[in-house]
Design a protein around this ligand. Structure first.
Ligand SMILES: [Fe+2]
Length: 321
């Protein structure tokens, strides 16, 4: 949404078609932006944040299928609805349009009312996605604000998110999975919002009720995020980031691959960042030393050994770079 008007990007090399679409869309009070070929259409989809694309198929350079596939494969643009405009009538062509990831298609010559009905319906879905996005933004901002209050934890979640995403990428997880793991990294300790600052920064042994309060933070984090349906895939990673691979962790004593992969990844990134940051009760460990500790502890049962090996490999490379 831009100044209250939804923005539609028309990508078509045929001037007559563009003018016709522009006239229809302006009349319905949409903001219209135009690209006359696939390459500039792709660029504008990234830079202008349109709410919907009307995309011609046959264009010189990049054709509509290629533009559509690239936009649907990118985390930044995959939720922008795409209607392909096709002069092709064969059923195979229509299947190809949907296989490219398009949300809908309309055949040329198109009927104005049909076109506008499809535009309206996909824009409704887009605004629902936007609302979900903003609820997610609020909770992500809240997580960062929470830890910023404490100089010892400031930046921890962002560092954990970045380290965990690196590890996810190295083991070949998809962009989508990496994005989920990044969000889970930001949110993993949000449950600490329910633990008093005094307990969190206590220098010395914890009383049993204080220990119970801290150890409840993964479950508390899951409860906080529960109402947000868009975080459904992320919640298990938050809830289980203090499980141990040998089954001796919290809260459920999950063992091995029962622990969600994202949680196993975050657990490693979390421990490494904790070791290399200064805490009220000890100074930061040097990165090389932290990795040596990881290497010597690799088989202690806390982590997925294969993941730790990948992690050590990435971090050693970063240190020598
Ligand atoms: Fe934690």
């Amino acid at each position: 949404m831009h100044n209250g008007r939804q923005r539609i990007l028309v990508v078509d090399d045929n001037i007559t078609n563009v003018e016709l679409l522009e006239a229809y869309l302006y009349a319905a009070d949409y903001e219209v932006i135009i690209a006359h070929d696939g390459h500039s259409g792709l660029d504008m989809a990234f830079t202008e944040a349109p709410d919907l694309l009307l995309l011609d198929i046959m264009m010189p350079g990049l054709d509509g299928y290629q533009v559509c596939t690239q936009l649907k494969n990118s985390e930044k643009t995959r939720l922008i609805p795409i209607i392909m405009i096709t002069a092709l009538t064969e059923i195979e062509d229509k299947i190809k349009v949907l296989n490219a990831g398009a949300d809908d298609f309309i055949s040329k010559p198109f009927n104005k009312h049909e076109l506008m009905a499809r535009v309206r319906s996909l824009l409704r879905i887009k605004s629902l996605h936007d609302d979900l996005d903003s609820s997610e933004d609020i909770i992500l901002t809240l997580a960062l604000a929470l830890e910023a209050k404490d100089p010892y934890t400031k930046g921890h979640s962002e560092r954990v998110a970045a380290l965990a995403t690196d590890l996810a990428k190295t083991i070949g997880l998809s962009d989508r999975e990496q994005d989920r793991i990044h969000k889970a990294g930001i949110l993993h300790d949000i449950g600490k919002i329910g633990v008093s600052g005094k307990v969190l920064s206590k220098n010395g042994a914890l009383k049993s009720d204080e220990y119970d309060a801290i150890i409840a933070h993964p479950s508390m984090g899951a409860t906080i995020c529960q109402p947000l349906k868009s975080l459904a895939d992320i919640i298990p990673m938050i809830k289980h980031h203090h499980e141990r691979y040998d089954g001796n962790g919290k809260p459920d004593g999950l063992m091995g691959d029962e622990i969600p992969l994202g949680a196993r990844i975050i657990s490693i990134a979390d421990t490494y960042d904790a070791m290399t940051s200064t805490r009220p009760y000890r100074k930061a460990m040097k990165k090389g030393v932290a990795l040596t500790v990881f290497e010597s502890e690799i088989s202690n049962g806390q982590w997925d050994q294969e993941l730790v090996a990948h992690f050590i490999h990435i971090m050693k490379k970063n240190i020598t770079d």
